[in-house]
Design a protein around this ligand. Structure first.
Ligand SMILES: *[C@@H]1O[C@H](CO)[C@@H](O)[C@H](O)[C@H]1NC(C)=O
Length: 368
């Protein structure tokens, strides 16, 4: 516990340093989307194999450099040059990066690369609210193809209402709503991944999932009690609950989604999600309790292309009861997801891991 307090103290200190850092002061809000190509060897001449966050965090917050992962011989050759994001042979993956989950995001990227047959054909799109994290990625994965997108928290500040779990109110949780706007227009499909998971199978299998006429694909859980995701106020108003008429809505987890961005853009789903967030804010009584999930359920539940459950073995974080551990759901496993309140890196560090946390540990690059 003491460790956690010290660590969060460090995070606040790091935040303050970043806020005060001159490089960010010269960052113009007009550059709403800032990016950089992977593969460019312009700025990082640092030969140290550890990377450091700015200033006082140096030496405390380090990641080992990941090995370089190469394509197998029969991977499709890139047609448009090394780092073009528009290359049609690429698999696109979007992940958020923030200080609190950085260790998880880095492990997730590591897992995707390690288990891919064609790791050099995976292009990462990182959504950040702290632009300094770009150098962390570049130092840890020197040859990674990636782009960093600045997500302005102001974009959702007035749309977020307080939820049952404070962690769910982080603006970056809502960045997934804006992928279609943020990512390059030539990127027509993306896999969105949460930061508390590892992929233990070739991600190109998930990438090639057929979505049919659906905009998003995700594993669906039709046995879960869908009622509980919305309030009585919601269910008692046909103006609200009527949104599900003619649909057979099932719960799905928004931590793993395959998204048809072209279709999303065409049908204006960002605005549809925002509208529900506005209703939650302005309605006489709240219509749901959780954070970014319910608006997704409102817009998409019952209209999701089903993906095999192996691609989201979720809930491994357990619930709020301290020390509670979850087991895997029956069936094969391609992705392990520590959704819930516990995180494997915290439990491993506190020497009180759950049995399945040992499956996360091999992907961890934190420390010397
Ligand atoms: C589903 O959840 C609602 C609200 O929490 C509850 O009232 C209802 O009894 C539950 N239904 C079942 C079948 O468990």
């Amino acid at each position: 516990m003491l460790w956690i307090m010290r660590f969060s103290g460090f995070f606040s200190a790091a935040m303050v340093m970043i806020v005060l850092s001159p490089s960010l002061q010269s960052f113009h809000p007009a550059e709403a989307i800032r990016s950089s190509h992977g593969g460019d060897s312009d700025s990082n001449s640092d030969s140290d194999s550890y990377l450091r966050l700015p200033t006082s965090a140096a030496g405390k917050f380090t990641f080992r450099r990941a090995p370089v992962f190469r394509n197998a011989g029969d991977c499709r050759a890139s047609r448009l040059g090394k780092s073009s994001v528009c290359d049609p042979s690429l698999v696109h993956v979007a992940i958020t990066l923030d200080l609190e989950y950085l260790r998880g995001s880095i492990a997730a990227v590591h897992s995707v690369l390690q288990r891919s047959k064609c790791p050099e054909s995976v292009f990462f799109h990182f959504l950040v609210s702290e632009t300094s994290l770009e150098s962390v990625v570049r130092s840890t994965f020197p040859e990674l193809k990636f782009k960093v997108y600045y997500f302005d928290p102001e974009r959702v500040r007035n749309l977020i209402s307080s939820s049952v779990r404070q962690a769910l109110e982080q603006p970056l949780n809502y960045a997934r709503n804006y992928l279609a706007d943020l990512l390059e227009a030539c990127v027509n499909r993306v896999i969105y991944l949460d930061s508390d998971l590892v992929v233990v199978d070739d991600i190109s299998k998930l990438w090639s999932t057929a979505l049919g006429k659906k905009t998003i694909g995700a594993p669906e859980y039709c046995h879960a009690n869908f009622t509980k995701y919305f309030t009585e106020h919601f269910w008692s108003r046909p103006a609200f609950s009527g949104v599900f008429s003619g649909r057979n809505p099932c719960y799905f987890n928004t931590g793993v989604m395959v998204i048809d961005l072209a279709r999303w853009r065409r049908l204006g789903y960002t605005r549809r999600i925002e509208r529900w967030m506005e209703i939650q804010k302005t309605s006489a009584s709240r219509i749901y309790e959780l954070g970014s999930l319910p608006p997704f359920l409102l817009v998409f539940a019952g209209q999701v292309a089903p993906i095999e459950h192996r691609w989201n073995q979720h809930g491994l974080g357990g619930d709020n009861v301290r020390g509670s551990c979850r087991d895997l759901h029956a069936g094969p496993v391609s992705l392990l997801h520590w959704s819930g309140s516990g995180k494997p890196w915290l439990r491993l560090d506190s020497k009180q891991p759950c049995p399945l946390d040992s499956l996360w540990a091999p992907f961890d690059l934190y420390g010397h």
